[in-house]
Design a binder for this molecule. Structure first.
Ligand code: GTP
Ligand code: SPV
Ligand code: MN
Length: 577
């Protein structure tokens, strides 16, 4: 169908990788960066209309429309295949088709899933080499009879009108055409590890989630693991790589990074929830990343990294807004235009040099906080689950749900302000259940049911918490300093999970007492703390109505447990003064 001129199988070798880089440097697909300052690094610009996931062009193609549910775009498989075939037809003429055998999760682990991606993009190949385990070992494991996800990608002509990201869960197949950007084309990531995997996970009774996994080490050396779901560009990478503030670091607190975007979790023979990160690299947001906000990320991306859609300097280094040090005197912006700091467009707005969703790709193994268990076939035991989002008002810094069922309600109704990670109006509040709205490969009401059932399968399910680092004061400033300081809250979450400390009961759930948080080294007053936890009952009553409106979309398919939870929440709010 694609009619490539040549087919090359990716074997995962360093030699082949070097050849592909050379080829991409010669055509301009990639720019070789300053090898003294950024060894092994390359630079890439996507097409101007191709800078974030295009959710409106992403489809779940199950046979029955109801099975995709009201929050997914749907096309009948037959129609979808036909529509895309027309675009794929001859799309690789004169190009090379690369065949990438890859494993999500350590190759051969009972947890892992294999995919094979066909693509006409060297950028995709080089990213996949970082993000997944690629090559001969995977082919050997696959043998002749094991199942794998069939992934087809072509840039075609990068025309947004001829762009489709199609998922066929019933066929274990993904077709992506007309894009060259991250989540649209690195098919092991959102497409396989979330949309297809969530469908498989329901059948096989496990969880595929848009979650980070981190370990928090206490002064006594014990490490507990937390999984956390925040919508895109809401702080997973930053939290996963956190370095505790000096005072806590001295006491012996430490964070270990298992993953920053995706978690696969299953109930083990001990009745506990265990998780792995199926990826082997980070595809992280750059703007705002510097050695103050995320020093571990800054070290991780110094070598063997791919930079996408940032400023290229004359010395062949890179820069982005909120990055390290002052901007270069001049450079080339993410659109490939000459750029100087302070430049304004015709409406007087500052022109950004880097796209707000510009990203780096780098191996997890280069991260100083990489967990020594990242390659462990068994994963890590999950002690707590946190859910979060961006809410400028309303949601407190943290609260603990009353039990698993209530936690699932909190997850099902959570909302966040839209970020640059997806097309659409920025800042608008949208429901994003479990941060999975764009990633659930089937009817999300059935996914809620699956979560409820998973709780019943565990002898001792992890406690579920909600966090909001983004509450603002009247002048529009974040109240909580966030970033490294968040470890103080993680610590409370672990203490609560172990049943070691008390808390204050509110209609939302349990909230921490000021005196239970280790504030050593942080000047944060009780007044500000109370502002962070103020529950505006009028606003929450409005929120309750919005939640109901959202849940009503699912009609009969909505699990009755969530209707119960809604009623109970309403009652608690009415009684609260
Ligand atoms: P995806 O890769 O899109 O799934 O996103 P992510 O959840 O990994 O987001 P990331 O960690 O890259 O954070 C994105 C933005 O949130 C950056 O601009 C950060 O500066 C900002 N951010 C992260 N943590 C905090 C925090 O604790 N407080 C505040 N105010 N901002 C934060
Ligand atoms: C996200 O948008 O949640 C990402 C980036 O992690 S992408 O892989 O492009 O979807
Ligand atoms: Mn993500």
């Amino acid at each position: 169908m694609c009619r490539p001129e040549k087919i090359v199988i990716i074997d995962g070798s360093e030699k082949q990788k070097k050849e592909l880089e050379k080829e991409a440097f010669s055509t301009g697909e990639l720019v070789r960066l300053n090898q003294e300052r950024l060894p092994g690094c390359a630079y890439h610009r996507t097409a101007p209309n191709d800078v974030a996931r295009t959710e409106n062009l992403t489809f779940i193609c199950l046979k029955k429309k109801q099975d995709a549910g009201p929050t997914n775009n749907w096309l009948a498989p037959r129609v979808a295949y036909k529509k895309a075939s027309r675009i794929f037809s001859g799309s690789m003429k004169g190009r090379v088709m690369y065949v990438i055998p890859f494993s999500m999760g350590p190759t051969g682990s009972p947890f892992s899933k294999v995919g094979v991606e066909l693509t006409d993009s060297i950028y995709v190949v080089l990213n996949m080499l970082i993000m997944t385990r690629v090559g001969k070992k995977v082919l050997e494991y696959l043998g002749h009879d094991k199942p794998f996800t069939k992934c087809l990608h072509s840039k075609a002509d990068l025309d947004i009108k001829r762009r489709l990201i199609l998922h066929f869960p019933e066929d274990n197949t993904i077709w992506s055409v007309g894009s060259g950007y991250g989540g649209n084309v690195l098919l092991g990531k959102k497409c396989l590890s979330l949309r297809i995997a969530s469908f498989i996970a329901k059948r096989e009774k496990w969880l595929a989630e848009h979650m980070l996994i981190l370990g928090i080490e206490k002064p006594n050396g014990r490490i507990d693991y937390i999984a956390g779901a925040f919508p895109s560009a809401c702080g997973k990478t930053n939290l996963a790589m956190l370095i505790p503030p000096e005072t806590l670091k001295k006491k012996g607190y430490r964070i270990w990074t298992v993953g920053d975007d995706i978690a696969w979790m299953r109930v083990d023979s001990d009745g506990a929830l265990w998780g792995i990160n199926p990826e082997s690299g980070f595809f992280g947001v750059l703007p705002g990343t510097n050695s103050k906000t995320n020093p571990n990320a800054m070290i991780t991306l110094q070598k063997n990294a791919i930079y996408t859609n940032v400023v290229l300097t004359p010395e062949k280094t890179v820069w982005w807004e909120g990055g390290e040090g002052p901007p270069p005197a001049k450079g080339t912006d993410w659109l490939g235009r000459p750029w100087r700091p302070g430049m304004r467009d015709k409406d007087g707005n500052l022109i950004k040099g880097a796209h707000p969703n510009s990203r780096f790709t780098a191996p997890i193994s280069q991260c100083p906080s990489a967990s020594f268990r990242a390659e462990h076939h068994h994963g890590v035991p999950i002690s707590a689950i946190i859910l979060g989002g961006r809410r400028a008002s309303l949601a407190p810094l943290v609260y603990e749900s009353f039990n698993w069922q209530h936690g699932v309600y909190v997850g099902a109704t959570m909302a966040s302000e839209r970020t640059a990670a997806q097309y659409g109006k920025q800042g608008e509040v949208r429901r994003d259940p479990m941060a999975m709205l764009p990633f659930c490969g089937y009817n999300i009401a059935d996914y809620f049911k699956h979560w409820l059932n998973m709780g019943k399968r565990m002898a001792k399910p992890p406690k579920i918490f909600f966090v909001n680092w983004f509450r603002k004061d009247k002048s529009g400033k974040f109240i909580w300093p966030g970033f490294a300081e968040n470890v103080r809250i993680l610590n409370w979450i672990i203490e609560r999970s172990k049943g070691n400390i008390g808390a204050t009961r509110t209609p939302l759930g349990y909230i921490p007492r000021y005196e239970d948080i280790d504030m050593d080294g942080l000047d944060f007053s009780k007044e500000k703390w109370d502002e962070l936890f103020f529950i505006n009952t009028d606003e929450w009553k409005k929120e309750l109505k919005e939640q109901k409106k959202f849940l009503d979309k699912f009609g009969k398919r909505l699990p009755k447990e969530l209707v119960e939870e809604h009623r109970a929440f309403k009652k608690r709010l009415e009684k609260y003064k």
